[in-house]
Structures are given as structure tokens and as C-alpha cells.
Design a protein around this ligand. Structure first.
Ligand SMILES: Cc1ncc(COP(=O)(O)O)c(C=O)c1O
Length: 395
């Protein structure tokens, strides 16, 4: 019998569905902000990464419109082939100052930073020591590098030290310690001061992927500024797409690092640059974060209030230290049911997070705070989360 070369597509999808591990996409007919329209109904969104609500900030929107009128829609090419834009130069200089580093580079996405840069920083003769819960883009970047990967227990500094001793014995050319700054599924933070201290003992490079820390920690500057470690972390990877509400990936660090990245990162070299209007929005957003500290302040006020309330209801929020607040329920089916009922009956949009994003037994819904929420919004969300949690015997 002739075989069907694509039969596996349906078989694998069916397997995911059978185990409650499949994804379906909901569609927004409004901006990604707390009061939005999703699948044709008005909802309270508690799952956007647009933490500061800046995706719709009037100054950011205006800068985008102005730039699109001047520069049109697309960038036309990769920067090294047909040039970058004056706006990109302005952004990179501004962003470097904001992050208190020598230089920065605007890349396609946070994901592309990791898959493009990590394989250039390390190769076959090297060792990467990586937190066990690092983001998938780090895992993919490390795989592409073909360096030996050693995993240390999540945020566990003494295990990191043990693994570094092992790495040292192997006589690697370079050692790279790599960690998320804020872990996107749990909302906890890397113990960066300790990591930096240990890295100095072992002569290891430190790479922090701060996609969820930027806009949130250190008055918006991220985890390195939060811990006053400017100049001590060799590579800061970031994203303009989350707390900053726009789009793009960033690398921040020394001038040498940026020139190296520009010349060697394959995702930077081989993929089209941002539309100039997006870059204009990125510039505007940094200006807003610098001049309007109230957005970050409100985000944290909401975070502290909401977390205290859900914890007192009996929800397990893990080790969350940031506006990412997981409500860990265990069973994947229950996590999906909690999100479904909240959406369908309570008009609250949250995300079920299941395997492979987290271990099966740690399935959850992930709630994210937002500066545009009001205390009334939070109270409405809290009473719905309590009601449905009791109905499903989660709390
Ligand atoms: C830690 C981390 N790194 C990288 C990324 C990817 O960033 P971007 O959306 O800019 O590609 C994410 C996004 O989820 C993330 O959480």
C-alpha cells in the first residue's frame, strides 16, 4: 500500500487533543489591553505581555503614524545589505543610554536574539551552564551552538557552582552561564547578584535574557538595573514586545559585543529589519518610560494587591516575584477548564499553561498584571477567580 506522507499531521494533533495539550487561538478585535474584544465579546484580558499598557499610549501611536507616513510600511532588506534607518541608529543609542551600557542592537525578536547570538558566543569546544527552566528560545539557541549543555537546578546557586566546577574540569575554551531574568511561566527572578559573583570566580560569561524584566523591573530598565549590576553582565538579551508594548528583540552590552553580534548573529544578518514605524514606536516608548514613572508604579501596586488576594483565597502562586502570577492547579484538564469557564461565563481572558511549557503536574493558568487595570477591574477578576476556583475544587 502506498503510504500517506502527511498522515502524521492529523495523528499528532489528535494525540495532543486527547491529552488536553492542544492550543486554540482566540482572536482580538481590539488592542491587547485589559478591556478588549476577544472572539466578539468584551472581556477583561489578564494575559497580555503589554504590562505597562504602552501599546496604545497616544505618544507611541502618534510616533508610529508619523513614521509610517514618512518611511512607508516595510524596511526593504536586512540592514547589512541595504542599510538601516536613522531611526534605528537613534533607538540603539537611546536604548543603550537607558540600559546604562555602551551599545545596543535592535534585532528581529527576543527569540531571534537567542537563536542567532548564542551559537556564535559558544561552539563545540565550549560549555553552556543553563537554568533548567530557561525559555525555549535559549534551549534552541544552545542546541544550535553544539556546545555541551549542563543544566543547573532552577535558580539554585550552589548547584550552579557545582556544575561550574564540573565544567572547569572539562577544560572548555569558554563557559557561558545563561538564565532568564524573569521566568516567564513562574514569574520568579534569577538570583543575578550571586550568579555574577560566581561567574567572576570561574571566568564565565553571563547572558541574561530579560524579556519579561524589561519595562517591569529596575524602573523599566530590567533586572540588571534592579540589582545595580550594570557593566557586570556580559550580554543582556531583551524584547521590545512585552513590557514595552511594541515589537522586537534587543541586545545590550559592550561595543565589542554589539559589533560581534551585528557581524555574526545569523538571525540578524539573514532576516529583514523592523519596519521604521515600529522603530519609531520603540523610541517613543523608551521616552514614555523615562518621563512617566506612574505606569511602572501602577503595575506594581496591582501586582502586590492581586497576589495577596489570590494567595489568601488559597491559590498556589508558586514563587512569583513579579507581575506574572501563576495560579497552579496541577492537572492540565483542570487548568484548561478553569480558563474556559473564566472566559465563557465570566468574560475573563487568562491562559492555560500546560506541558510542554511547564511540567504536566504543574499545569496552571497564568495571570499577568497590567498598568491599565483599575482596582474595580481587579476586584471583578478576583471574585470570578474565587467563584470558579471553588466550583472546580481548586481552592
Ligand atoms: C525569556 C524569554 N525569552 C525570549 C522570548 C521571546 O521574545 P520575543 O517575543 O521578543 O520573540 C520570550 C517570550 O515569551 C521569553 O519569555
Amino acid at each position: 500500500m502506498k503510504r500517506d506522507p502527511v498522515a502524521f499531521l492529523r495523528e499528532e494533533i489528535n494525540e495532543l487533543k486527547k491529552n488536553n495539550l492542544d492550543w486554540t487561538i482566540r482572536y482580538l478585535e481590539d488592542s491587547s489591553k485589559p478591556h478588549s474584544i476577544v472572539d466578539q465579546k468584551e472581556v477583561l484580558m489578564l494575559n497580555t505581555n503589554n504590562y505597562l499598557g504602552l501599546a496604545t499610549h497616544p505618544k507611541v501611536v502618534q510616533a508610529t503614524i508619523d513614521a509610517i507616513k514618512k518611511y512607508g510600511a516595510g524596511a526593504g532588506a536586512v540592514p547589512v545589505i541595504a542599510g538601516s534607518f536613522d531611526l534605528t541608529k537613534e533607538f540603539q543609542e537611546k536604548f543603550a543610554k537607558f540600559k546604562e551600557v555602551e551599545a545596543s542592537l535592535l534585532c528581529q525578536t527576543g527569540f531571534a536574539v537567542n537563536t542567532g547570538l548564542i551559537p556564535q558566543l559558544v561552539g563545540k569546544q565550549d560549555i553552556v551552564v543553563s537554568d533548567e527552566l530557561n525559555h525555549g528560545s535559549i534551549i534552541d539557541g544552545v542546541r544550535l551552538s553544539r556546545a555541551k549543555r549542563i543544566i543547573y537546578k532552577h535558580t539554585n546557586v550552589s548547584d550552579l557552582e557545582n556544575q561550574l566546577k564540573e565544567a572547569e574540569k572539562e577544560g572548555a575554551r569558554r563557559i557561558l552561564i545563561i538564565t532568564d531574568g524573569v521566568f516567564s511561566m513562574d514569574g520568579d527572578m534569577a538570583p543575578l547578584p550571586e550568579i555574577v559573583k560566581i561567574s567572576e570566580e570561574f571566568g564565565a560569561m553571563v547572558f541574561v535574557d530579560d524579556c519579561h524584566g524589561e519595562g517591569v523591573l529596575g524602573e523599566g530598565r530590567g533586572i540588571v538595573a534592579h540589582y545595580n549590576l550594570q557593566g557586570k553582565v556580559h550580554v543582556e538579551g531583551g524584547s521590545m514586545s512585552k513590557g514595552f508594548g511594541v515589537f522586537g528583540g534587543t541586545v545590550a552590552g559592550s561595543k565589542d559585543l554589539i559589533e560581534f553580534c551585528l557581524n555574526k548573529s545569523r538571525t540578524y544578518l539573514l532576516s529583514t529589519a523592523h519596519p521604521p514605524s515600529v522603530v519609531a514606536a520603540c523610541i517613543a516608548v523608551i521616552k514614555v518610560v523615562e518621563s512617566e514613572p506612574e505606569h511602572v508604579q501602577r503595575l506594581w501596586d496591582h501586582t502586590n494587591y492581586f497576589k495577596k488576594e489570590v494567595q489568601s483565597m488559597g491559590y498556589n502562586t508558586g514563587n512569583s516575584q513579579t507581575p506574572i502570577i501563576p495560579l497552579i492547579v496541577g492537572d492540565p484538564g483542570k487548568a484548561q477548564e478553569l480558563a474556559r469557564i473564566l472566559f465563557e461565563e465570566e468574560n475573563i481572558f487568562t491562559t492555560p499553561i500546560v506541558y510542554p511549557m511547564v511540567a504536566r503536574e504543574l499545569s496552571r493558568i497564568r495571570v499577568q498584571m497590567n498598568a491599565l487595570l483599575t482596582r474595580d477591574d481587579l476586584n471583578i477578576a478576583l471574585s470570578a477567580i474565587e467563584k470558579v476556583g471553588r466550583k472546580l475544587s481548586i481552592i
